[in-house]
Design a protein around this ligand. Structure first.
Ligand code: NAD
Ligand code: UGA
Length: 367
């Protein structure tokens, strides 16, 4: 069938010993960037995405168009569709899966809790069920989250810190993903690597995230809420630029060992790893806003409020020593530089001319 032909073509590597990677969530923010980077270096990439309307699906379609120009095909389907996943693994001998599809967002979990259970728990299990019987068994790198640290007060966060105090259902489902990964590694010998991303931002980003809707609201003259903690400290995030995260994802794929088909603590047991991928320098949300004000040449209407109990945590801060040691992960983009690139993309994508500083006017595609 034509469909199968496209799937095969898209996922065939173009470099010697190249990977054949199934990227779930390929129409998403991080997934689209990673797909382009993998393809660019000659790996085969097949995307999977259900194009749900958690945020404006037209942005997902625009990313899909960008990928199509580079011969990357995205299959439209759901993680929970077992026959579809089985078919994909039958047609393509994937060496790797980069699993990024999930219900993201911390506060939305209070509005639609079931979507988190369905995509982040049931969908992940469904993928692992198919991967465990695939031949070959792929190595899997999947998105966990900085949110697993929850109310942990160690500063910075290391991978061995406690993760038993999730502050949101989103965090709880990401933590569950880590436990689930352990069982599939142990029983079925799947090689699994979890990446705890820290508030990732950049061009082609997510409209539900603060930096994105702050930009929109500032330009439209609407007021924005800036959260402060109950003791009136500023809330801070270890904002991490997308290109740094992409390098981390590729590094994790490159150092992933093969799945062994047999788990357990015996010789030859498959690998199970978890890494922080952050920026190592937390920035208060107020500072994020003042950088945006400068780039947009517009004063924000700021409304400072005490942090509601909506799943947010007071701060995040990554220690990335482990990722540096194992695959030379080193973030290189500070928030002001990264936001300048985001705003440049934003004004170009939405065709905004007025007010914004000249140097942010023309844009280029990622990678
Ligand atoms: P995103 O929402 O832009 O991308 C996720 C994509 O997955 C979307 O295109 C969505 O349509 C798709 N998807 C969701 N559920 C699906 C399902 N059941 N079946 C098929 N497709 C489905 O989000 P993102 O920011 O690119 O995040 C990617 C991953 O990284 C997610 O797992 C997220 O939880 C995690 N993460 C993101 C951040 C961040 O700051 N962006 C931080 C930590 C962790
Ligand atoms: C982000 C992503 O949305 C999650 O998908 C991801 O899992 C998480 O990072 C992570 O690192 O694991 P979050 O840090 O909450 O979550 O990102 P935003 O929603 O963009 O919020 C950024 C900061 O702005 C937070 O400190 C938040 O408290 C603050 N904020 C948000 C405000 O001050 N006002 C708002 O109206 C919204």
């Amino acid at each position: 069938a034509a469909w199968e032909k496209q799937v095969r073509h898209s996922s065939t590597p173009r470099r010697p010993n190249g990977f054949s990677v199934l990227v779930t969530g390929a129409a998403g923010f991080i997934g689209s960037h990673c797909s382009l980077a993998l393809k660019k270096r000659g790996d085969g990439v097949l995307g999977l995405d259900n194009f749900n309307n958690y945020y404006d699906p037209s942005l997902k379609r625009a990313r899909q168009n960008l990928l199509a120009k580079r011969q990357i095909f995205i299959v439209e389907g759901d993680l929970n569709d077992a026959p579809l996943l089985t078919k994909l693994f039958d047609v393509v001998p994937f060496t790797h899966v980069l699993h990024l599809a999930a219900q993201a967002g911390v506060r939305y979990a209070m509005q639609n809790p079931q979507s988190y259970v369905s995509s982040n728990i049931a969908g992940f299990v469904n993928l692992l069920e198919v991967a465990k019987v695939a031949n070959p068994q792929p190595s899997i790198v999947w998105a966990s989250s900085s949110s697993v640290y929850g109310l942990n007060t160690e500063n910075p966060f290391s991978e061995r810190d406690r993760t038993d105090q999730p502050a949101s259902l989103y965090a709880a489902t990401k933590k569950a993903g880590e436990e689930i990964a352990h069982t599939y590694n142990h029983i079925y010998g799947l090689a699994l690597t979890g990446l705890r991303f820290f508030t990732v931002y950049g061009p082609w980003g997510r409209p539900d995230m603060a930096y994105f809707f702050f930009t929109k609201d500032i330009l439209q003259g609407k007021s924005i809420d800036i959260y402060q903690t109950h003791d009136q400290k500023e809330v801070a995030r270890d904002f991490t630029y997308i290109d740094d995260v992409v390098k981390g994802c590729l590094g994790a794929l490159d150092t992933a060992e093969k799945s062994t088909g047999s788990g357990g603590k015996k010789k030859g047991a498959a690998q199970l790893r978890v890494y922080n991928l952050g920026n190592t320098s937390p920035v208060p949300v107020g500072r994020l806003v003042s950088i945006l004000e400068g780039l947009l040449n517009t004063k924000a209407k700021k409304h400072v409020i005490t942090m509601p109990r909506n799943g947010d945590v007071p701060f995040t801060h990554a220690n990335v020593t482990l990722a540096y040691k194992d695959f030379a992960y080193k973030p290189t983009t500070d928030l002001a530089t990264g936001l300048r690139k985001f705003v440049k993309w934003y004004v170009s994508y939405f065709g905004i001319q007025a007010r914004v500083k000249k140097e942010t006017q023309h844009t280029d595609e990622p990678n």
